[in-house]
Design a protein around this ligand. Structure first.
Ligand SMILES: [Zn+2]
Ligand SMILES: [Zn+2]
Length: 152
């Protein structure tokens, strides 16, 4: 079966291009109607390039890349290529920003789409950060309880 398109190797020196490379691979799979994850893994491993392949090999050591599923392989590289979240600045649990503290957060009065509680964004809710500091959130919410209710 002739295949459409060409993914091209991933350039290890530019980690920020990883997401784009994954998108291209995704499009390639779509164009060629590839749904079998074994086939995807084979194409992925043969397209990703020698440098990334050896990175991958060391990431999944002592296993071999071919012993892991396509999803597991992608996850490993995803973590490897993702920019490390800085650990020195504390993260605002309401909106996950590192630029301010939860006390100064512009999302203090935001109603979460997920649980309809006030004081955090849906992203923060999904990341689970609101549950860790639930008690702090509750007290912060009660401080603003005097303000008018937002009508949607
Ligand atoms: Zn915030
Ligand atoms: Zn929520």
């Amino acid at each position: 079966m002739p295949l459409f398109g060409h993914i091209g190797e991933f350039d290890e020196s530019d980690k920020s291009a990883w997401e784009e490379w994954c998108d291209r691979m995704e499009q390639y799979f779509l164009a060629n109607k590839l749904e079998d994850s074994t086939v995807k893994r084979a194409i992925f491993l043969s397209s990703v390039g020698a440098a990334t392949y050896s990175t991958l090999a060391s990431l999944c050591s002592p296993k071999k890349p071919k012993e892991l599923s396509f999803t597991e392989l992608l996850k490993l590289l995803q973590e490897h290529n993702a920019p490390k979240p800085s650990t020195d600045s504390p993260r605002c649990f309401r909106c996950l920003s590192t630029r301010h503290t939860s006390r100064n957060c512009p999302m203090r009065n935001k109603i979460c789409f997920e649980c309809k509680k006030r004081g955090h964004t849906r992203a923060a809710h999904q990341a689970g950060s609101v549950f860790v500091v639930e008690s702090e959130a509750t007290s912060a919410v009660s401080q603003v309880s005097g303000s008018t209710m937002l009508s949607v």
